[in-house]
Write a protein that binds this ligand. Structure first.
Ligand code: DX5
Ligand code: ZN
Length: 216
């Protein structure tokens, strides 16, 4: 199980230091939540922050776009040396084209769905994606409670992946702590995003607790 700390819950007054702390603690990715106040009822940060953080770490940047017009940001994010671009299926009528644009820009394509969105919405594009992010909370805020019904969706996706010999990562995001990461790993998730659990205390220590929970 790989871990992607979400900087949404970092100390913004010490953002660079917090990023270095999770990198030193063995994080596998840096999860960056971009919110526009339209697709989700919250604002976070955008390209200037990504550009400022890029020289701070070699960790791959996993950009989770919670915006109504994700296509507008693909080129800009690719030019900012972001490795993974995650787009919500709910935000576009042309999901296939958007994923193709991400790949053409040289990035890994990640498709994201809300807790209430069915896998059937993304089933046809699964051969195109590098990762599938299943939201385990409603997007927009850190510190929310894990929604256990999504575990069945994780299991179904893992089964589809195995049956078709797909290689995408199965990522979960929201409410991840030592108890819920264990449930997600057992269901077949391969990457866990964690924000408030990691940044509530010494990030390296918190990361170690998550890894220990899944036997790493
Ligand atoms: C929520 C974001 C998450 C958030 C997770 O919309 O997508 O990445 O930071 O935070 P926690 O781990 O606190 O649920
Ligand atoms: Zn996220």
């Amino acid at each position: 199980m790989k871990i992607a700390p979400s900087i949404l819950s970092a100390n913004f007054a010490e953002l660079g230091k917090d990023v270095q702390r999770v990198a030193a603690g063995g994080a596998d990715y840096l999860h960056i939540d971009i919110m526009d106040g339209h697709f989700v009822p919250n604002l976070s940060f955008g390209l200037p922050i990504i550009k400022a953080l890029r020289p701070v770490t070699d960790l791959p940047f996993d950009c989770h776009l919670m915006v109504t017009n994700p296509a507008d940001y693909v080129q800009l994010l690719a030019a900012s040396q972001v490795q993974i671009i995650g787009v919500h299926a709910e935000t576009t009528a042309h999901l296939c084209r958007l994923l193709q644009q991400i790949k053409a820009a040289g990035c890994q394509a990640e498709v994201v769905i809300n807790p209430a969105t069915s896998l059937t919405v993304i089933e046809e594009v699964l051969p195109l994606v590098d990762s599938v992010l299943l939201m385990t909370v409603n997007p927009g805020f850190g510190g929310q409670k894990f929604l256990p019904f999504v575990l069945k969706k994780v299991q179904r996706l893992a089964r589809i992946k195995q049956q078709n010999n797909y290689h995408f990562e199965i990522e979960v995001d929201g409410g991840i702590d030592p108890a819920t990461i264990k449930l997600c790993a057992a269901a077949g998730a391969t990457i866990a995003v964690a924000g408030s659990f990691i940044f509530q205390n010494d990030p390296a220590k918190q990361l170690a607790l998550l890894k220990a929970a899944v036997g790493e």
